[in-house]
Every structure is written in structure tokens, then in C-alpha cells.
Design a protein around this ligand. Structure first.
Ligand SMILES: [Zn+2]
Length: 237
């Protein structure tokens, strides 16, 4: 599954940038904020070439960056890059959906078209020229036969099937990433709530302690409070 995912990501990256950019997937996958100098070194490119590729990818939302000032090198910025796997897949999924739509439309048009051919000369004619020649071959005079362009139709059908398979795979990957993100989010919220509860308990404990100390110092208050509570209980009954 991971190999498939990497393959898809590489296809996406090289589609937007160039084929040499696809190595970026191996360098950035499952990592965060990777130093651009390291990327350049691993790609065997200059820092400017590397940045050009990364900017292009960033324009499409496939990678994101944070930048930090490098105090040692006179305050230049160094960029740290992260591959946006989820966003890349969603983007590619959209493109695949569009391609399928386009091919299906083409198939529909093709299926509506009529082709004619001469069995003797093995020449194909579209509907209009065939009609103009009264459905006879202008070369030999033979009557033309109706022909469905099976080959074109079949290759279109195959292409659609292939893309639909990719689309299904992409949907699953996107779903997996989405549910993983959700889990991380849930865990974070749960952690925050637990932290709040802990804090509340701690504060309650301190309050209790302070109260106990107060009562020790001033026992009269305790008696007073007890008296106050008694009539309330009676009311309830
Ligand atoms: Zn002919």
C-alpha cells in the first residue's frame, strides 16, 4: 500500500515539476520541515534549482514551507519543506475525475458517430464524405459498409477503466489519511480535556486545603455554616 502511495505521489510531483523532482517524495515523505540544503544535496542540484522546483510544487499546494533566519550566514533565510501528502492526493483525485469525465464524453460522441469503409480498398470514410458519395467508394465505386470504430471505442473504454481503478485507489488513500488526521485531532482534544480536568482537580485540592486551614484558624465559621445548611435540608422534605 505504501509503495503504491509513493508511486502515485511521484506521478503527481513529476507531473507538476519534472521527472527529476520525483525524488523529493522519497526525501520528504513522512517527514516534516526538511532543510532545503539537504534536499539540494540529495537531488544533486544547486540550491536555486532545488528552490525553483519546490516553489513550483508550493504554488500547487503540494508542499509547504517554514523559513528561519540563518544567523551564521549573515541573516539569509533557510527554507524547511514539508510534503502535503493529503492535499496532493486530493488534487490528483480531482484531475483524475476530470480526465474520466472527458473520456466518457469522448466515448459518447464516438459512439454516436458513424463510420463507413470500403472493404475492397480498406479506406475509412466519415459520415459526411460517405453521404456526399452516395455511400459508394470514390476510389472503386463499391458500396460502403457501416463500421463502428471498435478499436478507438475499446481503447477509450480501457483508459476509462484504468483511471477509475486509480480513482478508487486514491479515494482509499485519501480516506486513510483523513481518518488518521481525525484520530490525531481526537487524541489532541482528549489530551487537552484531560489536562484541563487535572488542572481543575489540582485547584480544587488547593481550595480544600486553604479552607481546612481557614477553619482550623477560625472554628466559629464552621459552626455558622452548619447552622445555615440545616434549614435548607428541611425544606427539601
Ligand atoms: Zn473502394
Amino acid at each position: 500500500m505504501k509503495e503504491d502511495l509513493l508511486k502515485i505521489l511521484k506521478k503527481i510531483i513529476s507531473g507538476v515539476a519534472s521527472s527529476e523532482a520525483e525524488k523529493i517524495v522519497d526525501l520528504l515523505y513522512n517527514k516534516k520541515n526538511v532543510n532545503e540544503f539537504l534536499i539540494a544535496k540529495k537531488l544533486g542540484l544547486t540550491i536555486n534549482q532545488t528552490r525553483n522546483i519546490l516553489y513550483k510544487l508550493a504554488d500547487h499546494g503540494l508542499v509547504t514551507f517554514v523559513r528561519k533566519k540563518d544567523k551564521k550566514k549573515g541573516g539569509w533565510y533557510i527554507y524547511f519543506w514539508t510534503l502535503e501528502t493529503g492535499k496532493s492526493l486530493v488534487k490528483f483525485l480531482e484531475k483524475t475525475r476530470e480526465d474520466i469525465e472527458r473520456l466518457k464524453n469522448e466515448l459518447k460522441t464516438r459512439q454516436g458517430e458513424r463510420f463507413y469503409y470500403c472493404p475492397g480498398c480498406e479506406i475509412e470514410y466519415a459520415e459526411e464524405p460517405a453521404l456526399l458519395n452516395n455511400f459508394t467508394c470514390p476510389e472503386c465505386g463499391e458500396v460502403l459498409e457501416l463500421k463502428q470504430p471498435e478499436q478507438i471505442l475499446n481503447s477509450l473504454k480501457n483508459e476509462i477503466q484504468k483511471l477509475e481503478k486509480i480513482q478508487e485507489q486514491l479515494k482509499q488513500e485519501v480516506q486513510t489519511i483523513h481518518s488518521k488526521d481525525e484520530k490525531v485531532k481526537e487524541k489532541r482534544i482528549k489530551g487537552e480535556e484531560e489536562e484541563k480536568l487535572k488542572e481543575r482537580k489540582k485547584k480544587a485540592k488547593i481550595r480544600k486545603k486553604l479552607k481546612a486551614e481557614e477553619e482550623k484558624k477560625n472554628p466559629k465559621k464552621k459552626v455558622l455554616k452548619k447552622n445555615k445548611k440545616t434549614p435548607k435540608k428541611k425544606k427539601k422534605r
